[in-house]
Design a protein around this ligand. Sequence first.
Ligand SMILES: Nc1nc2c(ncn2[C@@H]2O[C@H](COP(=O)(O)OP(=O)(O)OP(=O)(O)O)[C@@H](O)[C@H]2O)c(=O)[nH]1
Ligand SMILES: [Mg+2]
Length: 479
Amino acid sequence: MFSFDDSEDPIAAAIAPPENESPQERQLRILKEHTAKQVSDGIDEEITRERQQAKRESKPVKILLLGQSESGKSTTLKNFQLMCEPKTFRAERASWRAIIQFNMIRSVCVILDALARDLNPTDLPPSPHSSWSSRDSLHPDADLLALHARLLPLLQIEDVLAQRLAGPDAHNVPDSALTSTHLPMTTRRRPGKEVAVNSTVAWKSAFMRKPTGHESFDTQNVVDWDDPDDPGAALHAHSDDIRRLWGHPMVRQILARQGIRLQEQPGFFLDEIEAVTAPRYVPTDDHILRARLKTLGVSEHRMRLADPNGSITRQFHIFDVGGQRSMRPKWVPYFDDVDAIIFLSPISAFDQVLVEDHRVNRLADSLELWTSIVSNKLLEDTNMILFLNKVDIMQSKLASGIQLVDYCPAYGRRPNDFDSASRFLKKQFSAILKQSSPAPRIFYCPLTNVIDTKSTTYVLAGIKANLMHFNLKESYLIM
Ligand SMILES: Nc1nc2c(ncn2[C@@H]2O[C@H](COP(=O)(O)OP(=O)(O)OP(=O)(O)O)[C@@H](O)[C@H]2O)c(=O)[nH]1
Ligand SMILES: [Mg+2]
């Protein structure tokens, strides 16, 4: 068997204590060795820390955008793109142009439906927004009847656009619009569905053409201005009638009586008729942020973000999800290894119901969804950022006299102003987080209006900087 004699080992011999060492010399030697070991351990620790830091920094930052449908997730993503990749964002203007035109036609169709409902209430399902009764119809005048008849062709354009944009997702196309030349005001028409996309590619090319040879990717070059299906020409031809319809006092009355607050609905562009119906219309950044296109499934967006002086860059992977109830089970596979969740709650929706289930209040649904997210075991250590969103609409609703307590009895006798309401809602959400968190966790809760790029860029820049350096703990509230 192999044996090892210490006395023959040169290293052991070199570090062995000297012969005839005095007790003082021994003490001094032990002290020196101890100090040297401390220094060496410190260096090792520093190396390990640096390695871990480098590993974390090479790992992409993963962010999930969550929240119910129409909460503002895709709009927040657009803000990230506008902030970090403005050229790519603007290169897609041509695609958004068709969405905005579609949004405008939808608003016109909502009005046409409301007029038809007013005249013949049994023909159309009641508006989900009101308890309006058919007994007190206003009976549109001859001028309005003529406008309605002239605008009916827009229903077909809505269908054509929806089919082009939905591409292979044909099941998202609105139910076809039936028109009658004899009885235009009693037209039976089931309300159209929204267009939704689950691909970032298909719908974007629906109305685009590839620039040829020397042409740049400028919007003027990528829009196919000669496309016979392009709704630009038809919209331009109907521009005056749309303006007259929206400006008609009886239309405002009919909408109000049916509880339809069109200005607050997503994709509202009737305050920009002239711009959107212009012959060679190109959307602005603001228009793109206000455009409404429902998301299906989950889409991943990768971008490299830099800190303000450009010295550090990190890869960010941002996941945008569809928020309707049927889409929510699809979120779970993405919960692994998430750095931060940006959860959007559209607090202005306190007086609305879910499109997918008219029995459910949207604020109640948002609180329930928040509860399920923050109590999910997979997300126990995830940083939670909560956007209390659509504060602009919330402000105008409260100012118009809509009472929060009517929809949320727990609000009690508090004043019906924005400060009190937003403070109350913030407390509700943070109490849920606290109850559901076994260990303290980071919580940041700004009041947002994500169609306002200036304020949103400020909020997102803070989040970006903190996630880049992994120091959320230092800047955000720890619950
Ligand atoms: N006025 C106002 N409109 C907003 C705000 N945030 C979003 N919107 C609009 O609300 C609509 C819906 O926003 P999206 O970002 O598409 O909603 P989403 O959460 O992605 O919805 P899904 O894709 O269906 O899950 C869009 O037309 C936005 O422009 C806001 O703070 N204020
Ligand atoms: Mg979306």
